[in-house]
Design a binder for this molecule. Structure first.
Ligand code: SF4
Ligand code: SF4
Length: 71
């Protein structure tokens, strides 16, 4: 179990993209306010998960339900 006591410092958020579901539509890259995602080879790749502010816009907007943001 991960401790929640580290709040305030840069805690790593895990962002999972299900590559089988992802169509590379780019919605997550367009939606994310801090540019966590890049589309590479028609799949979304969370290249900067450390920037994530856990707004969950990507989870909500992904039409395939391919993204999971895990705190
Ligand atoms: S919004 Fe979903 S389907 Fe579209 S590129 Fe991002 S992860 Fe893939
Ligand atoms: S939760 Fe928000 S900040 Fe984090 S990757 Fe998704 S859209 Fe970007």
């Amino acid at each position: 179990m991960k401790s929640k006591s580290m709040r305030g410092s840069k805690e790593m958020v895990e962002i999972k993209v299900d590559r089988d579901k992802c169509t590379g539509c780019g919605t997550c890259a367009d939606t994310c306010p801090v540019a966590v995602f890049e589309i590479k080879d028609e799949k979304s790749v969370p290249v900067k998960p450390e920037e994530c502010i856990v707004c969950r816009a990507c989870e909500v907007q992904c039409p395939e339900g391919a993204i999971q943001v895990i705190e």
